[in-house]
Design a protein around this ligand. Structure first.
Ligand SMILES: *Cc1c(COP(=O)(O)O)cnc(C)c1O
Length: 466
């Protein structure tokens, strides 16, 4: 398998290079050059296969020749050991839909599914290159913990995560700072999230620092994350196909478009998936695109579903490439207009194409709380605010096809919203309670690049990774 850039100005690469590089050198996103079809035989066999078996079948063509079958299987065997369910995910029936619970991993959110595997993949390629690397990232609170959980204890990797001091929730901070493996460093910066992000950007922009500390990122545009997420779409759709004999619709709480793109790619591979419904909160760049055919940035507004509070959906560029018939020049024109003028129009042909495979809707905070309450009363199930956004939007797109709603976070991560909606706090699982009791380790530093450099310098001289 070769990976090409959505902007078409750099050579195609193999899986290893695409994963280790992240963003393509021309600023584009890597896309598989072809999508192998699952055979009738595969689809039937996978109906009763385990998550790891589905992953092996789905991912094999995408990692060849960078990984051979044994290497891939060895990684898959270990990847989801940290999950609390042997099945990794769980398909829970509701009265008129299905919840695909993806939050049974170490940080109680769906990003664990991909990041737990990514940690192993990075480690493998680094060991092969006899190198180590430092994952550097900034978090406003909710995505840092999944990255830390994916990298902790990996031999060739160190991870340094910046968060704004005293500006994250208690649970968010403790999910990061109670992980005390030697290769994990949490830095609390005396500043806000924008300061943290600016410092990370500055360090990545400095070739000397980048090289000296072996800086790398695990952000949501990494191709391995999207590929790993295809696995649960394939598995749940073939299981429900076996039961209902018809294509399955999915409604996905969407921010950066990585999760729903994985659903689309699973559909392209031949998984029995009908319509994919994009659910946004009040940060609704994608639902506005559906209504107006125009992709236009807006200010980010804080909502009850913070992991979907985005200005642009970075992975959308990968779909854009397909909507533009694989013409990288067209993609570059649109992206230039986005940066220069804050938006672009899709045009009729691409808008039609988009509407054929997808639908979209938005749900604001008031509707989110109402949905948590409604599902609590009618189904006896507590939803987190992200999942509630998807369920509320799904109600407007229900047809005769079975509908799966992706449940992306555990409700106990959002006790405030749940309490407000239902009048009672969510039940907190034992593993999350331990996070609230565990000992914390983090360093408070000034919010400037010099202070972060000093820490990186100290780490690289103190410990030589194996
Ligand atoms: C990241 C995240 C999302 C959005 O996923 P994207 O791939 O960015 O669209 C939704 N819900 C939760 C809980 C998340 O952490």
């Amino acid at each position: 398998m070769r990976y090409i850039s959505s902007r078409g100005q750099c050579p195609a690469v193999d899986f290893e290079t695409a994963v280790m590089t992240g963003l393509a050198p021309d600023g584009g996103l890597y896309i598989p050059s072809t999508f192998p079809r699952l055979t009738e035989g595969d689809l039937k066999r996978l109906q009763d296969a385990s998550f790891v078996e589905v992953a092996a079948t789905v991912l094999k063509p995408f990692v060849t020749p960078s990984l051979d079958e044994q290497e891939l299987e060895a990684m898959l065997d270990k990847a989801w050991e940290s999950f609390r369910l042997d099945t990794v995910t769980y398909l829970r029936p509701l009265q008129d839909a299905w919840l695909l619970e993806l939050f049974h991993g170490p940080t109680f959110a769906f990003k664990d599914v991909a990041l737990q595997l990514l940690g192993h993949i990075f480690d493998h390629f680094l060991a092969k290159r006899q190198r180590s690397a430092t994952v550097l990232g900034a978090t406003s609170g909710d995505t840092g913990s999944a990255a830390i959980a994916g990298c902790r204890g990996r031999k060739q990797l160190r991870i340094v995560i910046l968060h704004p001091h005293e500006r994250t929730s208690l649970i968010q901070r403790r999910q990061m700072t109670t992980i005390t493996d030697a290769n994990v460093t949490n830095l609390a910066l005396r500043g806000d999230f924008d300061d943290c992000q600016a410092i990370v950007k500055e360090l990545f922009g400095d070739p000397v620092a980048r090289n000296e500390y072996g800086l790398t990122a695990v952000n949501s545009i990494n191709i391995a994350r999207v590929l790993a997420q295809m696995v649960y779409y394939v598995q749940s759709s073939v299981q429900l196909w076996k039961r209902f004999g018809q294509a399955i619709d999915f409604c996905v709480p969407t921010g950066n478009f990585g999760d729903i793109l994985a659903g689309h790619w699973a559909r392209v591979m031949g998984a029995p998936i009908g319509r994919l419904v994009i659910a946004t909160n009040q940060n609704d760049i994608l639902s506005r695109l559906f209504e107006q055919g125009r992709y236009e940035t807006d200010e980010v507004s804080q909502s009850l579903s913070p992991s979907m509070d985005i200005q642009v959906s970075s992975n959308f560029e990968r779909l854009l490439y397909e909507l533009g018939q694989g013409d990288p020049h067209w993609v570059r024109t649109q992206m230039t207009a986005l940066y220069k003028n804050g938006g672009f129009s899709l045009g009729e042909a691409a808008t039609d194409k988009l509407r054929r495979g997808f639908a979209a809707g938005r749900c604001d905070d008031t509707q989110t709380l109402a949905e948590i309450k409604k599902t609590f009363v009618n189904d006896g199930v507590t939803l987190d605010p992200h999942t509630a956004v998807a369920r509320a939007v799904a109600r407007n797109h229900q047809t005769t096809a079975p509908m799966v709603i992706l449940a992306t976070a555990h409700p106990a991560k959002f006790p405030g919203a749940v309490q407000k909606a239902t009048g009672q706090p969510p039940t907190t699982p034992q593993a999350l309670k331990q996070v609230l009791d565990g000992e914390e380790r983090f360093e408070v530093i000034e919010a400037n690049a010099q202070a972060v450099r000093a820490v990186l310098q100290g780490l690289s001289t103190a410990t030589k990774l194996g």
